[in-house]
Design a protein around this ligand. Structure first.
Ligand SMILES: [Zn+2]
Ligand SMILES: [Zn+2]
Length: 100
């Protein structure tokens, strides 16, 4: 008589994996601004300079970012990145935006 236990799917791992996948999905579609936690749906894909990558953002934060960048370039001659601390002379160098 064999005492080998039956192999059962590990419920904990399976549901944890589903949590990660569904969580990733939801946050990907939501605005990913670093300024505050934003619950708006993302409508723009911000393609940032290297190494900051891509970031989906909502219309509100898209407009805020543009307004801040325009003011910063007008006042200081550059717009800075809060994540990598690089400075950019033009908006195009800092980020390009594509509608989702
Ligand atoms: Zn937002
Ligand atoms: Zn950056």
């Amino acid at each position: 008589m064999s005492m080998t236990p039956a192999i059962e799917p590990d419920e904990t791992i399976t549901s944890a994996f589903e949590d990660v996948v569904s969580g990733w999905d939801a946050s990907f579609l939501r605005c990913q601004t670093t300024q505050i936690e934003c619950r708006n749906p993302a409508t723009w894909m911000a393609v940032l300079h290297k190494p900051c990558g891509h970031k989906p953002i909502c219309a509100v934060h898209y407009n805020l970012w543009l307004a801040k960048a325009v003011l910063s370039i007008a006042d200081y001659g550059y717009v800075g990145c809060p994540d990598c601390y690089q400075d950019f002379a033009t908006i195009d160098q800092a980020a390009q935006f594509h509608p989702l």
